[in-house]
Design a protein around this ligand. Structure first.
Ligand SMILES: [Fe+2]
Length: 252
């Protein structure tokens, strides 16, 4: 697909899947090449991994990630639990990381889909049926995200902000709802009913599950969709993905 169309597809639908050859010697070269064709600048190192304590705890210093970080410690046929919905960039402000690229090198024996939720579409639904609750999601005090990395103190590793809002002329999200989030329902009126909406069946029409095969690359707008990794069982060889993130959206 010509790059212009690929960038349009990602920007319009929120995501695209393309084929990209795997390269064991340099698994991130294909990320850099794809990023270039989409007009993205260098891969972005999230604020969390710029923190001295975090770097010491997880040894993560690169803007490119292996998922999981160390496949050598993964037992064959072991199970890996699923994730909660989140956007990448725990400490980033709303819209901080606009694009994420995931590349599948080794597929899980079973499971391991990536679920994408069009949070902005779910917000639009809520706005139709319950405007005060939708407004609560725009409140600067609505959602705190915090790190839970062993060996790192969480006090300074947290950030509070709105769940949705306008950034750079687009309506974007940091909707996340898992063990690294605190919804400040005591401080923001109607936030509890907004959260019920986002935990309820109303999301079914706005999510899609994608199971990547080796060589598949998923490129998505991290500032417009929330996502989660589904649980999986490893095969004889551990499931392996690579990831890179960008502070820009694909350029059409
Ligand atoms: Fe993620």
């Amino acid at each position: 697909m010509p790059e212009k169309n690929l960038a349009s597809e990602i920007n319009e639908r929120g995501y695209a899947v393309v084929s990209a050859p795997t390269n064991n010697h340099d698994p991130f070269a294909v990320h850099a090449a794809t990023a270039r064709t989409l007009g993205l600048s260098d891969a972005y190192l999230p604020l969390l991994y710029r923190d001295k304590e975090v770097r010491a705890a997880v040894g993560q210093v690169e803007p490119y990630n292996e998922i999981p970080r160390n496949t050598a410690t993964v037992e064959p046929w072991s199970e890996t639990p699923g994730q909660s919905y989140h956007v990448d960039g725990l400490l980033e402000p709303l819209g901080g990381i606009k694009t994420t690229i995931l590349h599948c090198l080794v597929q899980a024996h079973s499971g391991g889909e990536t679920e994408l939720l069009d949070s902005c579409a779910a917000f639009a639904d809520l706005q139709e049926i319950d405007e005060p609750s939708a407004q609560a999601l725009l409140d600067e005090a609505a959602l705190t995200r915090f790190a839970t990395i062993p060996g790192a103190s969480p006090q300074h590793l947290q950030t509070t902000g709105p769940v949705f809002g306008q950034v750079d002329g687009e309506f974007v999200t940091r909707f996340s709802d898992g063990p690294t989030e605190r919804w400040n329902t005591g401080q923001v009126r109607h936030l509890d009913t907004a959260l019920q909406h986002f935990r309820g069946p109303g999301l079914d029409t706005h999510r899609v599950r994608i199971r990547l095969s080796p060589g598949d690359m998923l490129i998505f707008r991290n500032d417009r969709l929330s996502h989660r990794g589904c649980p999986y069982q490893n095969g004889a060889e551990p499931r392996r993905l690579t990831r890179s993130m960008y502070s820009e959206r694909p350029r059409q």
